[in-house]
Ligand binder design. Structure first.
Ligand code: BGC
Length: 764
């Protein structure tokens, strides 16, 4: 009877479960029976203990640290741990859970495995610029292999927050501004981490984050408030989270911020109505770092109140703050929380452990041999080098300044030229910072003796020493030269004069983006700009190798520097990969996944904006009483989808198989792409649509397809895209997902600005 009540409570609490009840598999039945039996033996304290996630303290992102972890494990007060690695250490902790607790429930071990593990791939924003789903999936697969070899079975990734605000430092951790591309990447990442069987020794559970709308924090200031219409939410910001959930992500992490008046951690509408009921999510939800406790500062009450709020809203696991551990029992006794709610939460966490195979073998991920042989394997590093090279975006290349010739003398100058620890990029807590090659070291290791490399610092990262310190935390040091600026610049200029070409390695340090690294000035720091000007004055060709974790404002650089290669932060193999591209062994093919504005005042600036009732006339940049600025055009500096190559591509002969079709039918759009240059290259062919008349306003363009095509010089290919009513669906004002009959523009081209267009009609 007790079991029946538990089962019914679950069904009624989560109707999504009720739907799934129909098609429950034998394996799931077996799991449910096992977990129900276990739950029936658990005390309330033991259940609450499972909801507690503590940090092992190796890498943390908040001021609070977990204490007395070992004694808490013994007391059955730890469901999960993170920031704690190696099979040896994890085995020890797991042994305590298995041998010294009453019910022997294994612990789940997590970590922020964001863009690779020890083999580090480009930061996610960079990786997204590859537009290569199979490559992205492979990076997540390798991350899972290495992390699981080091004892882990859970990653706090993928981060799928759409962001249209480059002031926000965490834009570096996501896949840019577009929901269509973001959803594809979310799926690829989940597949890569989880494979097709979570219980395998080399797959790990994904955790899609930060649910939801974290990337829309006001003013780009981290952890700040978000206030958003349902139209924007459902059409633009929620799709990647949903895609990750649909792909089977085993867990979801809640965002820190206030969403339309209720912080996500206490937002029942978001966590229960949307995530559970509308989307049928059946994994577990974890708070962010001390997210539950932070509800106190949000102004929702004391720790007991906010812990009850969070649990009742749909948070199952409490990260670090121990609000659940210390107050939920009291709340149950006072009738503020139902015990069944605690039981449900515990069930979902136990299910995750079951799916990971931990009840079969709690030490499944503690294989010391694997830790020795499966981390930093040559093929992992080879993929890291390839992924990095594919992520770079060539922003400008006047008079074929690039590629460089493998001969003569190069002056490699700038604060990012010789800083290995900055190459992995933000959120690479598992990287071996001290053994990552800098650009200078990567060049030396890659190039033969035909190229002479001269090197000089040229300038500090930032003039203000304290700001530089804030921007180089967590061991990401950059050498500082305390001599007068003129002396440092002069030394670099004198060196540059001896070279045939200058490579200026400038931009942001890796910690100028990422968590709690918002900026209001998005230019290259002034002291570096002054260095760049001095280098240009030598009259030598200058290549700007730009390190950044976000879109920067580059008007001056675009006007004055002949070649700009945006390299983001490329991971372990950055130094070698940049050399590959600078010297033409790899032809750059990355395309931007976020708009680069002309100035900060234009933000938010994104290609899929609405038209307004007073749009600017085509070809004009200002008209009185039109939607524009007095001082700058509405255009970005570099649009979404933009990126150059060492070769050139020509689009021609765009066709549609039919100009009208009805739901259930498809049409084919085709275009011919020719490589008209002299080297082989890759082009990301992009398809956009515009829904011309809708029951609610529709964006001026929406990405609906893309293909990455390789062509040899002179070669051409016809590229086909098939379009159905499915591709035209959107959430209307009643939040119904549908395609409305009517006229559409269809565009194909190499970026969101320079496009070929045809028209079609969707009939009833
Ligand atoms: C971040 C999360 C991260 C967590 C654990 C938080 O500060 O927002 O993205 O997963 O720390 O390290």
């Amino acid at each position: 009877m007790k079991k029946l009540i538990v089962a019914l409570t679950i069904i009624f609490t989560f109707p999504a479960f009720a739907q799934q009840k129909q098609k429950i598999s034998t394996a799931d039945q077996k799991m449910n029976t096992f977990i129900s039996q276990l739950l029936s033996k658990m005390t309330l304290d033991e259940k609450i203990g499972q909801l507690n996630l503590l940090t092992g303290g190796e890498a943390t992102t908040g001021s609070v640290m977990s204490t007395d972890v070992e004694s808490k494990i013994k007391k059955g007060q730890v469901g999960g741990m993170f920031s704690f690695t190696t099979p040896q250490k994890i085995r020890k902790a797991q042994e305590i859970a298995i041998n010294q607790t009453r019910l022997k429930i294994p612990i789940i071990f997590g970590q922020d495995v964001i863009h690779g593990y020890k083999t580090t791939f480009p930061i996610p924003l960079g990786l997204s610029c590859t537009w290569d789903m199979s490559l992205i999936e492979k990076t997540a697969r390798i991350a899972a292999i290495e992390a699981s070899a080091d004892g882990l079975n859970w990653t706090f990734s993928p981060m799928v927050d759409i962001s249209r605000d480059p002031r926000w430092g965490r834009i570096s951790e996501g896949s840019g501004e577009d929901p269509y591309l973001g959803s594809k990447i979310a799926r690829a990442m989940v597949k890569g981490f989880q494979g097709d069987d979570l219980s395998k020794y080399n797959t790990i559970m994904a955790c899609v984050k930060h649910f939801a709308l974290y990337g829309a924090a006001e003013g780009g200031r981290d952890y700040n408030t978000t206030d958003m219409s349902l139209d924007r939410m459902y059409n633009d910001y929620l799709p990647p989270y949903k895609a990750a959930v649909d792909a089977g992500a085993g867990s979801v992490m809640v965002s820190f911020n206030d969403i339309n008046g209720v912080p996500a951690t206490a937002n029942k509408w978001l966590l229960t109505d949307v995530l559970r009921r509308q989307w049928g999510f059946n994994g577990f939800v974890v708070s962010d770092y001390t997210g539950v406790n932070e509800l106190i500062d949000h102004g929702l009450g004391d720790l007991k109140t906010v812990s009850a709020l969070a649990l009742n809203a749909g948070v199952e696991m409490d990260m670090v703050g121990e609000g659940f551990l210390t107050t939920l029992k009291k709340s149950v006794q006072e009738g503020k929380v139902k015990e069944s709610q605690v039981t449900n939460a515990c069930r979902l966490i136990l299910q995750a452990k079951y799916k990971l195979g931990l009840f079969d073998d709690p030490f499944r991920y503690c294989d010391e041999e694997r830790a020795k042989t499966e981390i930093l394997k040559p093929e992992h590093l080879a993929l890291a080098r390839e992924a990095a090279a594919q992520s770079f975006v060539l922003l400008k290349n006047e008079k074929q300044t690039l590629p460089l010739k493998k001969k003569g003398t190069i002056a490699l100058i700038g604060p990012l030229a010789n800083s290995g620890p900055n190459m992995p990029g933000t959120w690479s807590v598992n990287s071996d910072l001290n053994n990552t090659l800098s650009l200078l070291e990567g060049m030396k290791a890659t190039l033969g003796n035909e190229v002479k490399i001269l090197h000089s610092l040229g300038s500090n990262l930032i003039d203000d020493a304290e700001y530089q310190q804030r921007a180089t935390m967590f061991g990401r040091d950059i050498q500082r030269d305390n001599r007068p600026e003129e002396e440092v610049v002069k030394e670099a200029v004198n060196l540059a004069k001896k070279a045939d070409v200058i490579v200026a390695a400038l931009g942001e340090s890796s910690e100028m983006s990422g968590e709690s690294s918002s900026r209001t000035n998005l230019e290259i720091p002034a002291v570096q700009q002054r260095l760049l000007k001095a280098l240009l004055k030598t009259g030598k060709p200058v290549v700007l190798v730009l390190f950044t974790g976000r879109p920067l404002v580059l008007n001056w650089e675009h006007e004055n520097v002949p070649a700009i290669l945006n390299v983001w932060f490329g991971g372990t193999e950055t130094g070698k990969a940049i050399t590959d591209v600078l010297f033409g062994d790899v032809n750059p093919s990355g395309k931007l996944t976020t708009t680069f504005p002309q100035n900060v005042g234009q933000i938010p600036l994104y290609y899929a904006h609405k038209n307004t009732g007073r749009p600017l006339e085509e070809g004009k940049w200002f008209s009185k009483f039109r939607s524009n600025y007095l001082d700058v055009s509405n255009e970005p500096l570099y649009p979404f989808g933009y990126g150059l190559s060492y070769t050139s591509f020509v689009y021609s002969d765009m066709k549609l198989s039919r100009t009208s079709f009805k739901p259930g039918e498809t049409i084919t759009a085709s275009i011919t792409l020719k490589n008209t240059g002299t080297v082989a290259g890759k082009e990301v062919v992009q398809l956009y649509i515009r829904d011309l008349v809708g029951s609610s306003t529709r964006p001026v363009k929406e990405l609906k397809g893309f293909q990455k095509i390789s062509l040899n010089p002179g070669e051409h290919k016809t590229i086909n895209f098939s379009i159905s009513a499915e591709d035209l669906k959107f959430y209307n004002s009643d939040l119904k997902f549908l395609a409305e009959p009517g006229d559409f523009n269809l565009y194909i081209g190499g970026n969101s600005r320079d496009l070929n267009m045809l028209k079609f009609t969707l009939t009833k």
